[in-house]
Design a protein around this ligand. Structure first.
Ligand code: PEP
Length: 235
């Protein structure tokens, strides 16, 4: 199982360090081989001394080694911390910050060429979900245009936009149906994300074809995130 925490624009450098120390102690005490990913804000990136099950990733980066892209970070800034994991295509980048599929694909192609582990996010908005499963799948597949689905370090995160940060979770039936249809095309692990919390972690992780979870809000509390890892450990 893959259990991932997206801090978004939360936590400071100090609180991230404390969080990761607590998390590392907890994960080191487990016997499982679950993979734990943490995406802190870029100001809190560092070389952390971690058990091998935990990886730190960046939430976003510009697809260049270095250059003149004010406000962005590139490969050089990431590699300083020996980081080789990134999120790409998160719904907040697509829908709030206006990233196009062309920009998302460019990032994917660049970080794939550098061998990064990529958590690639897709997911439909509410008005598309309301049109039914065919529209949902057409939308999700359109977000995979230009993406090499054979890439060995690819992880897909299916995150319906209407379920992210809203407290609304897709029903187990909706998740199961969507994951099954995605799995017809994709061999990579697929995570579900969208208002996952301790109380619904078990039922979501037990859904067929669900290989893990990408958690935003509920992951910001290290104790809650450790409880989710413990649930995964017991499945
Ligand atoms: C996310 O940021 O990927 C996410 C799923 O957020 P939340 O858990 O808050 O819905």
């Amino acid at each position: 199982m893959i259990i991932a925490a997206n801090f978004k624009t939360n936590h400071t450098r100090k609180s991230t360090k404390e969080y990761i120390e607590t998390l590392d102690k907890y994960v080191s005490s487990l016997k499982n081989d679950d993979s734990v990913l943490v995406f802190p804000p870029s100001t809190a990136l560092d070389k952390f001394n971690l058990t091998e099950n935990i990886s730190i990733g960046v939430q976003n980066a510009y697809p260049v080694e270095k250059g003149s892209f004010t406000g962005e970070i590139g490969l050089e800034q990431i590699e300083e911390f020996k980081i080789d994991t990134t999120l790409i295509g998160h719904s907040e980048r697509r829908h709030v910050l206006g990233e196009s599929q062309d920009e998302v694909r460019e990032k994917y192609t660049f970080f794939k060429s550098k061998g990064f582990q990529i958590v690639y996010c897709i997911g439909e908005p509410k008005e598309v979900r309301e049109q039914g499963i065919e529209a949902v799948m057409a939308y999700n597949f359109s977000q995979l245009e230009g993406i090499d689905l054979e890439y060995e370090n690819l992880i897909i995160a299916y995150e319906p936009v209407w379920a992210i940060g809203t407290g609304l979770t897709a029903s187990n039936e909706q998740i199961e149906e969507t994951l099954a249809l995605l799995k017809n095309k994709i061999k990579s692990p697929i995570l579900y994300g969208g208002s996952v919390k301790v109380a619904n972690t078990k039922e979501i992780l037990e859904i067929k074809n669900c290989d893990g979870i990408l958690v935003g809000t509920a992951s910001w509390d290290v104790d809650a995130f450790c409880q989710m890892i413990e649930i995964a450990d017991n499945i």
